[in-house]
Design a protein around this ligand. Sequence first.
Ligand SMILES: [Zn+2]
Length: 222
Amino acid sequence: MTPLYQGSILVVIAHPDDECIGAGGTIKKHTDQGVDTDVLCLTGNEVRNEEIRAACKVLGVREVYTNQRDDFAIDWSLEQDIVSTILKSRPTAIITHSANDYNRSHVRCSKIVTDAVEWASHVTMHENAVRVDRIYNMEINSLHSRPNVLVDVSDSFDAAMNALRKHTSQLQKADGFYLRFYDARTRLRGVQASCERAEAFTVSFPFHAGPFYGRNAVESLV
Ligand SMILES: [Zn+2]
C-alpha cells in the first residue's frame, strides 16, 4: 500500500497497555493509512509481553520491542536502548508519555525519550543518526489542560478497544476501569474536536544541537 503521508512513527511507552490507553486509536488510524509504526515498551514480563504483542497485532504495528523489567524500574540505563531503537526504527515522529503525567514511571519515560531523541540525532556519534521532527505526548489518566492536537479516532476506536481488551491481566486487576476510562476520555475529546472520538496530544519540537543548528536555520517565520 502507498502511504497517504510520508514518515513513520515510533511509540515509546512505560508499560504494556499504555500504547492502547494513550494512543490506540491514533496508532490504528496511521497503520490503516500505511504509515509504518513501531512500539518500544520499557518494562514487561512474559505474560504482559504476550498481551502487548497481541494488542499491537490488532493495531497493525510493524515491530514491537519489549523488555523484561519491573513496572517501576525505569531509569536512565534505558536511554541507550531507546537511542538504538530510534536508529533502527528511524521515525519522523515519536509518541510517548507526558512529563505532566501523575505516574512517575510515565514522567521518567517522557524525560528519557526527550533526551534520547536529541542524542540519536548526533551525526558525530552515529553514522546513521536520525533527526526526529516531532514528539507527541499522549495522555493516560492525567488529562492535558492545553492539548495542541486532537486526532479524530472515530473510525479506529473499535479496533483500539479490541486491542486494549488483549491486556487481560491489567483489565482484571482494575475491574474494567481502563476500558471505561478510555471510552469516556475519547468521547470527551471527541466533543471538543467535533467528531465522535478523539485522542489528545501536546506536541514538542525536539532540540537538535551541534552540527544540526544549520538545519534549524530559516529564512522567514511566516
Ligand atoms: Zn503505564
